[in-house]
Design a protein around this ligand. Structure first.
Ligand SMILES: [Zn+2]
Length: 515
């Protein structure tokens, strides 16, 4: 129906600050790590803001500030304040808005702050309300975000990805925008039923490729179809931050408050009941166990995830622990088995390789400088086989967070090619290895026996590449073995930290709160 549509176009702001940051990682994130988008560039991030979108006649989109970073260590306080101040100022200066699409991650840690998203959202809400109206705020989040009551309270709509890996990331943002428009056109302010579940699991145990996450997440669409419900969202939470808010959460949004609460509570109970069924998305082992199995296998290429130092979960990305383990293996050291290990961050070592040139022998102290806690630098003597200068790379599906080019150097030792990077960079696609056709690194992972990547579960192209795969439970800022990290600020009891806390009772209170 269009009869209820307002005569004028709705004014909806778009902005947010997104990063996933590990408080166990010694790396520090600064404004320099954030890709900042404003004006038309910000509108160009989305398809539903285009002039040919069906929303164009209904909405005037107001670009504010969007800042997104590769995951990393906590954000420096000063950097956070610079970004927050700009976002808040732009909201105030935008004049009265009807609503705002709040495009964030939800697992930002800031030095000296508890619940950074709570802090940011308080400020965003105050700025939105400064003109005497109460615009609707619609958050689009990563399912690895945390949802405290402080954060959820000022939001009118909250939704999150329903797939991990997040192949639906852009659908989430569009859903947040369209649900917001729908509420504004209908003149409704929906109820939110919010409940946290005292379970904290790593992403590698909650991939939606596997049960029980697969069915739990699939059921969100069924809940959403019910009369009186607008959206259902479920957060796994972020396991590598040590804060009280870090745990799973459910929010069901709709006009029917009682139904929303009932559905949220049912889903929370299912999540709780399934907590012991979440298992690692693949077979696991220590670095040494995984390397030995991969070397002995006839499956090629055999992929191994160096999961504890995964930069896309917040690891420093400079640990040489796996490098040392690979070269401790006879078959790899002698070249009987070939392996490629990309993505150790070390700007000094990369510069040395550029000075030496392709074909030169170099001796380098590789990695272990940012995260010095797991063996320090590894002394590597090898031959520089390829160099790649930083080139601007195309925006990636995650939202342009990885688009900055980096200088890279490939160094060969025996059967191992290690790819050193000047700054933290994920290797998720074949193009990340090969680089551009001209002047690229030209490393083809399909031609190696072993491909050892700083990653957790495999992103789609690596998933397709892998003839077989093991998840190595290596040390680092995003160690998958949560119990050895030493959380002390999370709210207890919390599974799996207190495995038997509810052994004799009915379990935790999972009553939903209506916000
Ligand atoms: Zn995520």
């Amino acid at each position: 129906m269009t009869s209820t549509a307002p005569a004028r176009r709705l004014r909806i702001g778009i902005g947010g600050i997104g990063i996933e940051s590990s408080t166990f990682c010694p790396h520090r994130s600064t404004t320099d790590d954030f890709r900042q988008t404003r004006g038309q560039d910000l509108l160009d991030r989305y398809t539903w803001t285009r002039p040919d979108s069906d929303l164009a006649d209904v909405v005037e989109w107001v670009p504010l500030l969007h800042a997104t970073s590769l995951p990393g260590g906590p954000v420096e306080a000063e950097s956070y304040l610079v970004l927050k101040d700009e976002l808040v100022t732009r909201i105030r200066e935008a004049g009265p808005l009807d609503g705002m699409v709040y495009d964030i991650h939800g697992a930002m840690s800031v030095i000296g702050l508890t619940d950074a998203e709570g802090d940011l959202t308080d400020a965003v809400r105050a700025a939105l309300d400064a003109h005497g109206t109460r615009p609707l705020l619609s958050a689009a989040m990563d399912l690895h975000g945390n949802v405290s009551r402080r954060f959820a309270g000022p939001c009118d709509l909250l939704t999150a990805h329903r797939l991990a890996p997040h192949e639906d990331a852009w659908d989430t943002r569009e859903r947040a925008a369209r649900n917001l428009v729908r509420c504004l056109r209908d003149g409704t302010r929906p109820h939110r039923a919010w409940v946290q579940v005292p379970v904290l699991l790593p992403g590698e145990k909650t991939s939606t490729r596997l049960e029980p996450a697969k069915s739990l997440y699939a059921s969100l669409a069924d809940i959403e179809r019910k009369d009186g419900i607008l959206d259902a969202a479920m957060w796994v939470g972020y396991a590598w931050a040590d804060e009280p808010r870090c745990k799973a959460a459910i929010v069901v949004t709709g006009d029917d408050a009682q139904l929303a609460a009932a559905e949220a509570e049912k889903l929370a109970r299912r999540y709780w009941d399934a907590r012991r069924d979440f298992v690692f998305v693949g077979p696991t082992g220590s670095a040494q166990e995984c390397i030995e199995k991969a070397v002995a296998s006839d499956k090629r290429p055999f992929l191994i995830s160096d999961s504890g130092d995964n930069p896309t979960a917040g690891g420093a990305g400079d640990l040489a622990y796996m490098l040392g383990e690979l070269l401790a293996n006879d078959a790899i050291r002698t070249g009987r088995v070939t392996a490629v290990h990309p993505g150790i961050t070390d700007p000094v070592a990369v510069a040395r390789c550029f000075e030496a040139g392709v074909g030169a022998e170099v001796t380098l102290g590789v990695g272990g400088k940012v995260d010095a806690g797991h063996g320090g630098p590894y002394e590597l003597t090898g031959t520089v086989t390829a160099l790649q200068r930083a080139t601007e790379q195309k925006d990636r599906a995650e939202g342009g967070a990885y688009d900055r080019g980096v200088d890279m150097a490939a160094v060969r030792v025996g059967g191992l090619t290690v790819v050193l990077v000047e700054r933290r960079k994920p290797f998720h696609t074949l193009a990340d290895f090969t680089g551009p056709a001209e002047g690229g690194l030209g490393v083809d992972p399909r031609t190696y026996d072993l491909v050892v990547v700083k990653i957790g579960y495999l992103e789609p192209e690596l998933h397709d590449l892998a003839a077989d795969w093991l998840l190595a439970l290596t040390p680092g800022g995003v160690d998958q073995d949560l119990l050895r990290l030493g959380h002390h600020r999370v709210e207890r009891p919390l599974y799996p930290f207190d495995d038997d806390a509810y052994a004799d009772g009915p379990g935790p209170d999972l009553t939903a709160t209506l916000l």
